[in-house]
Design a protein around this ligand. Structure first.
Ligand SMILES: *[C@@H]1O[C@H](CO)[C@@H](O)[C@H](O)[C@H]1NC(C)=O
Ligand SMILES: *[C@@H]1O[C@H](CO)[C@@H](O)[C@H](O)[C@H]1NC(C)=O
Ligand SMILES: *[C@@H]1O[C@H](CO)[C@@H](O)[C@H](O)[C@H]1NC(C)=O
Ligand SMILES: *[C@@H]1O[C@H](CO)[C@@H](O)[C@H](O)[C@H]1NC(C)=O
Ligand SMILES: *[C@@H]1O[C@H](CO)[C@@H](O)[C@H](O)[C@H]1NC(C)=O
Length: 565
């Protein structure tokens, strides 16, 4: 039995009802979201949630159950995904095209998921139809339960800081040109927004982001790269940062002057306000974009000391050169797991030691851009994912091994096909096996890979080609950090391990939006024949049907795989 306790008005429009589940500290958190496309200060319409851009904070504690009733008031189908939330035994709530039918315009659908055994900083966004380019994202904090110590003193306050590159082009226009030879002319990053606001001092910015702080106090900034194409270097003028957390792992605390954040990644840093009472620049400088008159292409906000009456002046502080990837790789290698601290559970993070694990599978996945039938597509091992109307998870549930919607294990998991082609890529992940993923990037951009359902143990980064001997010479198996999203440097490789103990249908993708939209993704099917629902959740009561299971459409569509080459 649950009883309503109170109504907290977190933000102007977001009403949060809280009730207690008897016999547990976990609570049920109820959210109601009205999602619409609205005019904005950012040149063109944005996707707002309850009138807000970015959307409302989801502020919960380990093991809470989140109910999000999404009302789709846009003119096209919608799905939200909860980036980094592992949806334990419950890929039904993951909100990507392979797991859920979209929420149709003018209808609502309620996600119900538990933030089981997790802590940390994450964010959410629309996952289909290229809508993420128009906003619809917002922060997620999963706080520690009171009984578990956090490995640093409680900060004075916490700030969510969602930063990302932004295009002035309408997302529908950009979308209509993706996959054509005109696509390089649309969706260009025109500006970098901080919490939806334009750079300080930029002629087109109606407002810029600013944080008011008190001298002598320490604050936690939860920084996420919600952008679509660009990595950035984050820096606060005259202030050092102590790195403490990334995507649900407490890191070894290292002091940094600046921090690289790649697409889809989140970090927490602590900043102590130990400078003169004044205003300071906060900058997010794009990587791999040339300097213009010595200045970066950057998002700019303000750190305002409460007693300061001085406005910032002068040039932006200079961080590492945008093409200095050596800096970036070295910093990435220095981000390590704190083995002794607890996180979501009291036992130390390091009690899960991977030094002697036996690998059951190795995936070698190369992201690249190729032409298929004369048109540009992004591929993994030369296969470009073809999105089908019937979610793979539904196909699995109602049919045996896919209902003919997909063919399991037709994807080349450790080699590149000679010829680029479409495919509905679904591969078997061995349940309870350790998988090694080696991501390769033959492109000139910093790629970023994300896996739903799991954390990656980030064991290595390298240049050039990957070979098995690098496991002995270039892997850190001692204290690799665990996170959901990893960068892959141009012409380089990144290696990660994952323990596939979470049955479900899980999306593995490039987090660069254009790459994802044009096919740089696949699904890992981790299946356990044991029908015990304690292993994998049955479909929710409000399961939506679509594709070949939409019986309102007669006759039922037969699955049409993809355009014949
Ligand atoms: C988030 O939740 C925590 C724990 O319940 C609470 O202490 C904090 O004030 C909340 N923050 C916001 C911004 O709601
Ligand atoms: C739609 O919203 C109504 C009203 O809040 C709610 O009762 C219903 O369960 C929601 N529908 C779904 C499918 O979640
Ligand atoms: C790791 O966490 C512990 C708390 O368990 C803390 O005392 C220690 O300083 C942390 N180590 C580093 C290197 O950050
Ligand atoms: C891994 O195996 C080696 C050799 O057997 C052993 O010395 C080491 O203690 C093991 N490490 C862990 C963390 O179990
Ligand atoms: C991928 O396919 C294209 C032709 O579609 C081919 O030119 C290219 O060499 C292939 N890539 C690899 C690594 O084999």
């Amino acid at each position: 039995m649950a009883f309503g306790v109170c109504c907290r008005d977190l933000f102007t429009y977001a009403t949060l009802l809280v009730s207690f589940v008897v016999g547990s500290n976990a609570i049920d958190v109820f959210l109601e979201w009205n999602v619409a496309l609205e005019d904005s200060d950012n040149i063109r319409p944005v996707i707002v949630i309850n009138g807000m851009f970015p959307g409302p904070l989801i502020n919960v504690t380990t093991n809470d159950v989140v109910h999000v009733n999404v009302f789709n008031n846009m003119d096209e189908p919608l799905l939200f995904t909860w980036h980094g939330i592992q949806q334990r035994l419950n890929s039904w709530q993951d909100g990507v095209s392979g797991t859920n039918c979209p929420i149709l315009p003018g209808t609502n659908w309620t996600y119900v998921f538990q933030v089981k055994d997790q802590i940390g900083s994450f964010f959410y966004y629309p996952s289909i139809n290229f809508q993420k380019a128009a906003g619809g994202f917002g922060p997620i904090r999963v706080n520690n339960r009171d009984v578990i110590a956090v490995p640093f003193p409680k900060p004075e306050a916490e700030f969510d800081l969602l930063i990302g590159d932004w295009s002035y082009d309408d997302y529908k226009r950009t979308r209509s040109m993706l996959g054509t030879h005109q696509m390089t002319n649309v969706g260009i990053s025109n500006v970098i927004l901080m919490n939806g606001k334009g750079p300080y001092g930029h002629p087109l910015s109606k407002a810029s982001e600013s944080f008011t702080v008190t001298r002598g106090k320490t604050y936690r900034f939860r920084i996420s790269n919600v952008g679509n194409a660009l990595s950035f270097n984050f820096k606060i003028q005259n202030h050092l940062m102590v790195l403490v957390e990334t995507e649900g792992s407490y890191t070894n605390q290292i002091t940094l002057d600046s921090l690289d954040v790649h697409i889809g990644q989140s970090y927490s840093v602590l900043v102590t306000m130990n400078q003169d009472e004044a205003d300071y620049y906060i900058i997010a400088a794009a990587k791999l974009i040339p300097l213009v008159f010595g200045q970066s292409f950057a998002g700019v906000g303000i750190l305002h000391y409460s007693n300061s009456d001085a406005r910032v002046t002068g040039p932006l502080p200079i961080g590492p050169h945008p093409y200095d990837l050596e800096f970036s790789v070295n910093q990435a290698k220095s981000v390590r797991w704190n083995l002794t601290t607890g996180a979501a559970r009291p036992n130390p993070q390091g009690s899960f030691n991977i030094q002697n694990v036996t690998l059951s599978q190795t995936f070698i996945l190369q992201g690249s851009m190729e032409e298929i039938q004369g048109l540009p597509r992004y591929t993994v091992n030369n296969v470009s994912y073809y999105t089908v109307d019937t979610p793979l998870k539904l196909a699995d549930n109602f049919g045996n091994g896919g209902s003919g919607v997909y063919q399991l294990d037709a994807f080349p998991l450790d080699s590149v096909n000679d010829k680029a082609a479409y495919g509905i890529s679904v591969v078997t992940g061995t349940h309870r096996g350790w998988a090694e993923f080696v991501f390769k990037n033959n492109m000139d951009v910093i790629d970023s890979w994300h896996l739903d359902g799991y954390g990656f143990f980030v064991v290595g980064f390298g240049k050039g080609d990957w070979t098995p001997d690098l496991r002995k010479t270039s892997y850190n198996l001692f204290d690799p950090v665990v996170r959901s999203t990893v960068q892959v440097y141009p012409r380089g490789w990144t290696a990660v391990y994952a323990f596939l103990d979470n049955p479900g249908m899980w999306n593995l993708r490039s987090q660069l939006l254009k790459h994802w939209y044009l096919g740089q993704e696949l699904y890992i099917r981790v299946h356990d024949d044991d029908p015990d629902p304690a292993k994998e959740r049955p479909p929710p009561d409000n399961l939506l049907l679509c594709g070949i299971f939409d019986h309102s459409k007669a006759p039922a569509n037969s699955p049409v795989p993809f355009p014949a080459p």
